[in-house]
Design a protein around this ligand. Structure first.
Ligand SMILES: NC(=O)c1ccc[n+]([C@@H]2O[C@H](COP(=O)([O-])OP(=O)(O)OC[C@H]3O[C@@H](n4cnc5c(N)ncnc54)[C@H](OP(=O)(O)O)[C@@H]3O)[C@@H](O)[C@H]2O)c1
Length: 271
Protein backbone atom coordinates (compact mmCIF):
# COMPACT_ATOMS: atom_id res chain seq x y z
CA UNK A 1 0.00 0.00 0.00
CA UNK A 2 1.11 3.59 -0.57
CA UNK A 3 2.08 5.79 2.36
CA UNK A 4 -1.24 7.67 2.58
CA UNK A 5 -3.94 6.75 5.06
CA UNK A 6 -6.29 3.81 4.67
CA UNK A 7 -10.04 3.65 5.27
CA UNK A 8 -12.12 0.48 5.53
CA UNK A 9 -15.77 0.98 4.57
CA UNK A 10 -18.47 -1.60 5.15
CA UNK A 11 -21.50 -1.53 2.87
CA UNK A 12 -19.44 0.19 0.18
CA UNK A 13 -21.29 -1.43 -2.72
CA UNK A 14 -24.10 1.16 -2.85
CA UNK A 15 -25.67 4.24 -1.32
CA UNK A 16 -23.97 6.05 1.54
CA UNK A 17 -21.01 3.65 1.68
CA UNK A 18 -20.19 4.10 -2.00
CA UNK A 19 -20.26 7.89 -1.57
CA UNK A 20 -17.94 7.64 1.45
CA UNK A 21 -15.60 5.65 -0.81
CA UNK A 22 -15.67 8.33 -3.51
CA UNK A 23 -15.17 11.18 -1.07
CA UNK A 24 -12.35 9.47 0.84
CA UNK A 25 -10.64 8.52 -2.43
CA UNK A 26 -10.76 12.22 -3.31
CA UNK A 27 -9.08 12.93 0.05
CA UNK A 28 -6.29 10.52 -0.92
CA UNK A 29 -7.23 7.56 1.26
CA UNK A 30 -6.36 4.04 0.25
CA UNK A 31 -9.54 2.01 0.51
CA UNK A 32 -10.70 -1.39 1.69
CA UNK A 33 -14.24 -1.84 0.39
CA UNK A 34 -16.42 -4.46 2.07
CA UNK A 35 -19.86 -5.79 1.06
CA UNK A 36 -21.50 -8.92 -0.32
CA UNK A 37 -21.93 -7.82 -3.95
CA UNK A 38 -18.52 -8.50 -5.47
CA UNK A 39 -19.51 -7.10 -8.88
CA UNK A 40 -20.57 -3.74 -7.42
CA UNK A 41 -17.36 -3.49 -5.40
CA UNK A 42 -15.28 -4.29 -8.49
CA UNK A 43 -17.06 -1.62 -10.57
CA UNK A 44 -16.54 0.99 -7.86
CA UNK A 45 -12.89 -0.02 -7.43
CA UNK A 46 -12.29 0.40 -11.17
CA UNK A 47 -13.96 3.83 -11.11
CA UNK A 48 -11.91 5.01 -8.12
CA UNK A 49 -8.61 3.55 -9.30
CA UNK A 50 -8.83 5.89 -12.28
CA UNK A 51 -9.19 8.93 -10.04
CA UNK A 52 -5.81 8.96 -8.36
CA UNK A 53 -2.79 7.30 -6.88
CA UNK A 54 -4.49 5.18 -4.24
CA UNK A 55 -4.74 1.46 -3.60
CA UNK A 56 -8.13 -0.21 -3.46
CA UNK A 57 -8.82 -3.62 -2.01
CA UNK A 58 -12.24 -5.21 -2.27
CA UNK A 59 -13.39 -7.82 0.23
CA UNK A 60 -16.55 -9.80 -0.35
CA UNK A 61 -18.05 -10.48 3.05
CA UNK A 62 -21.44 -11.13 4.58
CA UNK A 63 -21.25 -9.31 7.90
CA UNK A 64 -24.04 -11.41 9.37
CA UNK A 65 -21.76 -14.47 9.08
CA UNK A 66 -19.35 -15.11 11.92
CA UNK A 67 -16.57 -16.42 9.66
CA UNK A 68 -16.72 -13.28 7.51
CA UNK A 69 -16.71 -10.94 10.52
CA UNK A 70 -13.62 -12.79 11.79
CA UNK A 71 -11.86 -12.14 8.45
CA UNK A 72 -12.56 -8.40 8.65
CA UNK A 73 -11.59 -8.27 12.34
CA UNK A 74 -8.28 -9.90 11.42
CA UNK A 75 -7.72 -7.40 8.63
CA UNK A 76 -8.40 -4.52 11.01
CA UNK A 77 -5.91 -5.97 13.50
CA UNK A 78 -3.19 -6.84 10.95
CA UNK A 79 -3.27 -3.81 8.67
CA UNK A 80 -2.84 -0.21 9.66
CA UNK A 81 -6.40 1.05 9.17
CA UNK A 82 -6.71 4.76 9.96
CA UNK A 83 -10.44 5.07 9.46
CA UNK A 84 -13.24 2.55 9.89
CA UNK A 85 -16.63 3.42 8.44
CA UNK A 86 -19.20 1.05 9.91
CA UNK A 87 -21.91 1.79 7.38
CA UNK A 88 -23.47 -1.54 6.36
CA UNK A 89 -26.98 -1.80 7.73
CA UNK A 90 -30.40 -3.25 7.06
CA UNK A 91 -33.91 -2.62 8.27
CA UNK A 92 -36.60 -4.98 7.06
CA UNK A 93 -39.94 -3.15 7.06
CA UNK A 94 -42.07 -5.38 9.25
CA UNK A 95 -43.41 -5.41 12.75
CA UNK A 96 -41.16 -7.30 15.12
CA UNK A 97 -43.56 -10.19 15.61
CA UNK A 98 -44.26 -10.56 11.88
CA UNK A 99 -40.64 -10.39 10.77
CA UNK A 100 -39.01 -13.68 9.81
CA UNK A 101 -36.61 -15.15 12.36
CA UNK A 102 -33.86 -14.90 9.75
CA UNK A 103 -34.47 -11.17 9.15
CA UNK A 104 -34.63 -10.42 12.88
CA UNK A 105 -31.37 -12.25 13.55
CA UNK A 106 -29.63 -10.70 10.54
CA UNK A 107 -30.68 -7.17 11.57
CA UNK A 108 -29.10 -7.62 15.00
CA UNK A 109 -26.04 -9.38 13.59
CA UNK A 110 -25.31 -6.68 11.00
CA UNK A 111 -26.42 -3.46 12.71
CA UNK A 112 -25.20 -4.35 16.20
CA UNK A 113 -22.83 -7.31 16.43
CA UNK A 114 -20.73 -6.63 13.33
CA UNK A 115 -20.48 -2.90 14.10
CA UNK A 116 -19.44 -3.61 17.70
CA UNK A 117 -16.92 -6.29 16.75
CA UNK A 118 -15.28 -4.28 13.97
CA UNK A 119 -15.05 -1.23 16.24
CA UNK A 120 -13.37 -3.33 18.93
CA UNK A 121 -10.97 -4.82 16.38
CA UNK A 122 -9.99 -1.40 15.02
CA UNK A 123 -9.48 0.49 18.26
CA UNK A 124 -6.34 -1.13 19.74
CA UNK A 125 -4.22 -0.24 16.68
CA UNK A 126 -5.64 3.26 16.55
CA UNK A 127 -5.00 3.83 20.24
CA UNK A 128 -1.44 2.53 19.92
CA UNK A 129 -0.83 4.88 16.97
CA UNK A 130 -2.55 7.73 18.87
CA UNK A 131 -4.62 8.43 15.78
CA UNK A 132 -7.70 7.13 14.05
CA UNK A 133 -11.36 7.62 13.28
CA UNK A 134 -14.36 5.33 13.58
CA UNK A 135 -17.55 6.46 11.89
CA UNK A 136 -20.67 4.56 12.88
CA UNK A 137 -23.62 5.19 10.61
CA UNK A 138 -26.73 5.17 12.78
CA UNK A 139 -30.10 6.75 12.07
CA UNK A 140 -32.40 9.40 13.48
CA UNK A 141 -34.64 6.41 14.25
CA UNK A 142 -32.31 5.95 17.22
CA UNK A 143 -34.68 8.49 18.81
CA UNK A 144 -37.95 7.00 17.62
CA UNK A 145 -39.56 3.65 16.83
CA UNK A 146 -42.18 3.45 14.11
CA UNK A 147 -44.56 0.47 13.89
CA UNK A 148 -42.54 -1.09 11.05
CA UNK A 149 -39.13 -0.05 12.37
CA UNK A 150 -38.99 -1.14 16.00
CA UNK A 151 -36.14 -3.61 15.73
CA UNK A 152 -34.21 -1.37 13.35
CA UNK A 153 -34.76 1.66 15.60
CA UNK A 154 -33.54 -0.31 18.60
CA UNK A 155 -30.37 -1.35 16.76
CA UNK A 156 -29.72 2.28 15.84
CA UNK A 157 -30.26 3.34 19.47
CA UNK A 158 -27.50 0.86 20.25
CA UNK A 159 -25.28 2.46 17.61
CA UNK A 160 -25.78 5.91 19.16
CA UNK A 161 -25.23 4.86 22.78
CA UNK A 162 -22.31 2.58 21.92
CA UNK A 163 -20.64 5.23 19.78
CA UNK A 164 -20.98 7.95 22.39
CA UNK A 165 -19.60 5.74 25.14
CA UNK A 166 -16.67 4.52 23.05
CA UNK A 167 -15.99 8.09 21.93
CA UNK A 168 -15.46 9.09 25.54
CA UNK A 169 -13.37 5.98 26.24
CA UNK A 170 -10.84 6.81 23.51
CA UNK A 171 -10.97 10.57 23.13
CA UNK A 172 -7.73 11.06 25.05
CA UNK A 173 -5.97 8.57 22.77
CA UNK A 174 -6.24 10.71 19.64
CA UNK A 175 -9.14 8.64 18.30
CA UNK A 176 -12.40 10.19 17.13
CA UNK A 177 -15.56 8.09 17.21
CA UNK A 178 -18.37 9.75 15.32
CA UNK A 179 -21.99 8.63 15.07
CA UNK A 180 -23.56 9.93 11.87
CA UNK A 181 -27.35 9.84 12.05
CA UNK A 182 -29.05 10.08 8.65
CA UNK A 183 -32.72 10.84 8.18
CA UNK A 184 -34.29 10.06 4.80
CA UNK A 185 -31.54 9.57 2.23
CA UNK A 186 -32.07 8.44 -1.35
CA UNK A 187 -30.44 5.00 -1.61
CA UNK A 188 -31.41 1.41 -2.30
CA UNK A 189 -32.12 0.99 1.41
CA UNK A 190 -35.91 1.25 1.03
CA UNK A 191 -36.17 -1.27 -1.81
CA UNK A 192 -33.89 -3.66 0.13
CA UNK A 193 -36.17 -3.21 3.15
CA UNK A 194 -39.21 -4.19 1.11
CA UNK A 195 -40.62 -0.65 0.72
CA UNK A 196 -40.89 1.78 -2.15
CA UNK A 197 -39.20 5.12 -1.60
CA UNK A 198 -42.04 6.59 -3.68
CA UNK A 199 -44.40 6.03 -0.74
CA UNK A 200 -42.61 8.71 1.28
CA UNK A 201 -42.85 12.50 1.14
CA UNK A 202 -39.96 13.40 -1.18
CA UNK A 203 -39.28 16.58 0.81
CA UNK A 204 -37.80 14.56 3.70
CA UNK A 205 -35.03 13.09 1.54
CA UNK A 206 -31.54 14.33 0.85
CA UNK A 207 -29.07 12.72 -1.50
CA UNK A 208 -26.40 10.31 -0.30
CA UNK A 209 -23.82 12.87 -1.48
CA UNK A 210 -25.34 15.60 0.73
CA UNK A 211 -25.48 13.19 3.66
CA UNK A 212 -21.87 12.09 3.36
CA UNK A 213 -20.56 15.61 2.75
CA UNK A 214 -22.32 16.76 5.93
CA UNK A 215 -20.98 13.71 7.77
CA UNK A 216 -17.44 14.49 6.69
CA UNK A 217 -17.86 18.16 7.61
CA UNK A 218 -19.00 17.02 11.06
CA UNK A 219 -15.96 14.76 11.28
CA UNK A 220 -13.68 17.65 10.33
CA UNK A 221 -15.31 19.63 13.16
CA UNK A 222 -14.52 16.76 15.54
CA UNK A 223 -18.18 16.01 16.25
CA UNK A 224 -19.05 12.85 18.15
CA UNK A 225 -22.66 13.02 16.96
CA UNK A 226 -23.58 14.41 13.55
CA UNK A 227 -27.18 15.03 12.55
CA UNK A 228 -27.00 16.15 8.91
CA UNK A 229 -30.72 16.88 8.53
CA UNK A 230 -31.16 18.85 11.76
CA UNK A 231 -30.96 22.55 10.92
CA UNK A 232 -31.54 23.85 14.45
CA UNK A 233 -28.56 22.63 16.47
CA UNK A 234 -30.37 23.65 19.69
CA UNK A 235 -32.73 20.70 19.18
CA UNK A 236 -29.82 18.35 19.80
CA UNK A 237 -28.21 20.34 22.62
CA UNK A 238 -31.50 20.70 24.52
CA UNK A 239 -32.36 17.01 23.94
CA UNK A 240 -28.98 15.96 25.24
CA UNK A 241 -29.18 18.34 28.20
CA UNK A 242 -32.58 16.83 29.11
CA UNK A 243 -31.05 13.35 28.82
CA UNK A 244 -28.21 14.31 31.18
CA UNK A 245 -30.68 15.96 33.59
CA UNK A 246 -32.84 12.81 33.60
CA UNK A 247 -29.77 10.69 34.29
CA UNK A 248 -28.89 12.97 37.20
CA UNK A 249 -32.45 12.62 38.48
CA UNK A 250 -32.10 8.83 38.65
CA UNK A 251 -29.31 8.91 41.24
CA UNK A 252 -31.45 8.89 44.40
CA UNK A 253 -31.16 5.51 46.05
CA UNK A 254 -34.84 5.35 46.97
CA UNK A 255 -38.10 4.87 45.06
CA UNK A 256 -40.05 7.96 44.07
CA UNK A 257 -42.95 8.94 46.35
CA UNK A 258 -45.55 8.57 43.57
CA UNK A 259 -45.15 4.78 43.72
CA UNK A 260 -46.17 4.74 47.38
CA UNK A 261 -48.63 7.55 47.95
CA UNK A 262 -52.30 7.04 47.07
CA UNK A 263 -53.27 9.22 44.12
CA UNK A 264 -56.79 10.38 43.37
CA UNK A 265 -58.61 7.84 41.21
CA UNK A 266 -55.75 5.36 41.21
CA UNK A 267 -54.97 2.26 43.21
CA UNK A 268 -51.28 2.32 44.03
CA UNK A 269 -49.26 -0.28 45.85
CA UNK A 270 -48.44 0.64 49.45
CA UNK A 271 -45.78 -1.98 50.09
N1 LIG B 1 -31.14 5.62 3.37
C1 LIG B 1 -31.67 6.10 4.46
O1 LIG B 1 -32.70 6.81 4.43
C2 LIG B 1 -31.01 5.85 5.78
C3 LIG B 1 -31.51 6.52 6.90
C4 LIG B 1 -30.93 6.29 8.13
C5 LIG B 1 -29.85 5.44 8.23
N2 LIG B 1 -29.37 4.79 7.13
C6 LIG B 1 -28.23 3.88 7.31
O2 LIG B 1 -27.26 4.12 6.32
C7 LIG B 1 -26.46 2.95 6.15
C8 LIG B 1 -26.22 2.71 4.68
O3 LIG B 1 -27.44 2.43 4.05
P1 LIG B 1 -27.84 3.03 2.64
O4 LIG B 1 -28.94 3.97 2.85
O5 LIG B 1 -26.64 3.49 1.90
O6 LIG B 1 -28.50 1.75 1.94
P2 LIG B 1 -27.97 0.74 0.82
O7 LIG B 1 -27.69 1.47 -0.44
O8 LIG B 1 -28.96 -0.36 0.79
O9 LIG B 1 -26.59 0.24 1.41
C9 LIG B 1 -26.49 -0.76 2.38
C10 LIG B 1 -25.11 -1.35 2.29
O10 LIG B 1 -24.98 -2.35 3.29
C11 LIG B 1 -24.46 -3.52 2.67
N3 LIG B 1 -24.93 -4.71 3.35
C12 LIG B 1 -26.23 -5.09 3.58
N4 LIG B 1 -26.26 -6.28 4.16
C13 LIG B 1 -24.96 -6.66 4.33
C14 LIG B 1 -24.34 -7.81 4.87
N5 LIG B 1 -25.07 -8.83 5.35
N6 LIG B 1 -22.99 -7.89 4.87
C15 LIG B 1 -22.26 -6.88 4.36
N7 LIG B 1 -22.77 -5.76 3.84
C16 LIG B 1 -24.12 -5.67 3.82
C17 LIG B 1 -24.98 -3.48 1.25
O11 LIG B 1 -24.10 -4.21 0.39
P3 LIG B 1 -24.37 -5.68 -0.18
O12 LIG B 1 -25.85 -5.82 -0.42
O13 LIG B 1 -23.54 -5.70 -1.43
O14 LIG B 1 -23.85 -6.60 0.87
C18 LIG B 1 -24.87 -2.00 0.93
O15 LIG B 1 -23.58 -1.68 0.48
C19 LIG B 1 -27.20 1.82 6.88
O16 LIG B 1 -26.57 1.55 8.11
C20 LIG B 1 -28.58 2.41 7.14
O17 LIG B 1 -29.18 1.87 8.29
C21 LIG B 1 -29.92 4.98 5.91
Amino acid sequence: MSSSKTALITGASSGIGAVYARRLAARGYNLVLVARRTDRLATLATELAATGNITIETVTADLTADADIIRIEQLLRDESIDMLINNAGMGPAASTADMSDADAAATLALNVTALMRLTRAALPGMRARKSGTVVNVGSVLAFHALPQSTLYSATKAFVLTFSRGIADEVKDDGVLVQAVLPAGTVTEFYESAGMSIDNFDPSIFMTAEQLVDAGLAGMDRGEQVTLPSVHDENLWTSYDAARAQLMGGTQNGSPAARYFEPAAGKITPVA
